[in-house]
Design a protein around this ligand. Structure first.
Ligand SMILES: C[S@@+](CC[C@H](N)C(=O)[O-])C[C@H]1O[C@@H](n2cnc3c(N)ncnc32)[C@H](O)[C@@H]1O
Ligand code: SF4
Length: 451
């Protein structure tokens, strides 16, 4: 049996599978977790430890039709400035609960479009964050930058605040594809922004591109990747386009009859993958590429790669605090998500309360299964010794879990006393294999296509 028919037999071309940026995944969160849990978990962070912080800005100047991110369009600055005041209030609420000496390992601003904020607001918010939680000396500050929504003044403000990593949205360079996905952005503009970022001393530049967009063909995909390679990004996220119009209404604007089939998506991914690898990039997990000298590539080689709500990371801080509407926090005790609607979130903050509306407290085998899924997504293998030492699982129980997962993937995964692994030729099914370790998701579908 060839690989394609094996992949088809396990459902790669039909399934919808979670992207596993958490375990359990967000659809399994319940209203059992609220502001008091969030507050208690913040207070339990040990004095002098390192945490990471994600800040969500749910506004964009333009709403790209393909985008599934939680954001809303605004032509005026008024809602953004009001939201920025609420963020500062939220930061103060968090500061009041933190033990002394807590420092930041990573700070990430995402959205939406955080660069929609005027330079003065960028300075104020960064100042409020660093006053509440100072950056550690090896800390990293990264920002998602829409090349259409940035200028020298805002970049200067970000760099002065300490931004040392930037991520730009590219998606696809083909003007015809840009038109059908509602995101026009010339190669020249993207290049100019990449140069402006680098000219200010930011040495780590990530770019997001998509496969699976309407009208993409292997030739057009190759053309886009080759254009991207001329910008020499340090990291690339190659995401599969998720068509979820029932969640993101604006996606109905995309021509569904021009979408590549799942089999074609696999070819598009492979086309891009070969070009990145051929250009000397290391493959990182299921959908990232990085120059061998980049922190993510080094972490992957050293077995330090991790996965969080923002995707792959080399951050090992045990706590990630999310601020802003819909942001999710992770603690050793569980997950806590802020109210998804901006109005509900800021309403709580203005009342002096956190907006935590859902979450999950870890129970039973959650932490073991979370780490097994993360290890598959990062390293394509689960090391038995690590699980036994860290989670006190018996070798017998571990063997049982491995066998149960392997049963659904005959001849496609390897099980031994050392652990469980996915060989390189079968990496396309990684998320499906991960799902076999998911006690919550076994019978339920995720939102993203399996390929
Ligand atoms: C918050 S957005 C990007 C930040 C910034 N607003 C921009 O447009 O450049 C983060 C990334 O999510 C990815 N994304 C958005 N919608 C997606 C979808 N439907 N499927 C897959 N990836 C998607 C895009 O690659 C996008 O660059
Ligand atoms: S891709 Fe970026 S700019 Fe476009 S709607 Fe999504 S978050 Fe906003």
């Amino acid at each position: 049996m060839n690989d394609q028919s094996q992949l088809a037999r396990v459902g790669l071309f039909d399934a919808r599978v979670p992207r596993y940026t958490s375990y359990p995944t967000a659809p399994h969160f319940t209203s059992g977790i609220g502001p008091d849990d969030f507050s208690d978990w913040l207070s339990a962070i040990p004095a002098g430890s390192e945490i990471s912080l994600y800040m969500h800005v749910p506004f964009c100047r333009r709403l790209c039709w393909f985008c599934a991110c939680r954001t809303q369009g605004t032509s005026s600055d008024a809602p953004v400035l009001a939201y920025a005041e609420d963020l500062k209030a939220e930061i103060r609420l968090i500061r009041d609960r933190l033990a002394p000496g807590v420092r930041l390992s990573r700070l990430h601003w995402g959205g939406g479009t955080p660069t929609l904020m005027p330079a003065r607001t960028i300075r104020e918010i960064a100042g409020a964050i660093f006053q509440a939680v100072p950056m550690s000396e090896h800390g990293e500050f990264s920002v998602e930058i829409d090349p259409n929504e940035i200028d020298a003044e805002r970049l200067d403000a970000l760099v002065a605040a300490g931004m040392n990593r930037a991520s730009i949205g590219v998606q696809d360079f083909d003007p015809a594809i840009q038109e059908v996905i509602g995101r026009e952005q010339s190669y020249e503009l993207t290049r100019e922004v990449a140069e402006m970022i680098r000219a200010r001393g930011v040495t780590s530049l990530n770019a997001d591109i998509l496969f699976g967009l309407p009208h993409q063909s292997p030739e057009r995909m190759a053309d886009s990747v080759e254009k991207l390679l001329t910008l020499a990004p340090d990291r690339v996220a190659l995401y599969g386009y998720a068509h979820v119009p029932w969640m993101a209404r604006r996606q109905v604007m995309l021509p569904s009859d021009a979408m590549p089939t799942p089999q074609e998506r696999l070819v598009l991914f492979e086309t891009a993958r070969r070009l990145f690898v051929g250009a000397g990039y290391d493959e990182i997990g299921i959908d990232h590429f990085a120059k061998p000298s980049d922190g993510l590539a080094i972490a992957a080689r050293e077995g330090r790669l991790r996965r969080n709500f923002q995707g792959y990371t080399d951050d090992t801080a045990p706590v990630l605090v999310g601020i802003g509407a819909s942001a999710i926090s992770k603690f050793p005790q569980g997950y806590a998500q802020n109210a998804p609607a901006t109005g509900a979130h800021v309403g709580a903050i203005r009342g002096g309360r956190f907006s935590t509306s859902r979450g999950h407290a870890f129970v039973g085998e959650d932490l073991l299964r979370a780490r097994m899924i993360e290890a598959l997504m990062c390293d394509f293998r689960i090391v038995a010794k690590e699980m036994i030492e860290r989670f006190r699982v018996t070798p017998e129980r571990l063997a049982e879990l491995f066998e149960a997962a392997a049963k659904s993937f005959p001849g496609m995964v390897e099980v031994s006393s050392e652990g469980f692994s996915i060989p390189e030729r079968m990496r396309a099914v990684t998320r499906m294999v991960a799902r076999a370790f998911d006690a919550y998701e076994l019978s339920k579908a995720g939102h993203s296509p399996a390929i």
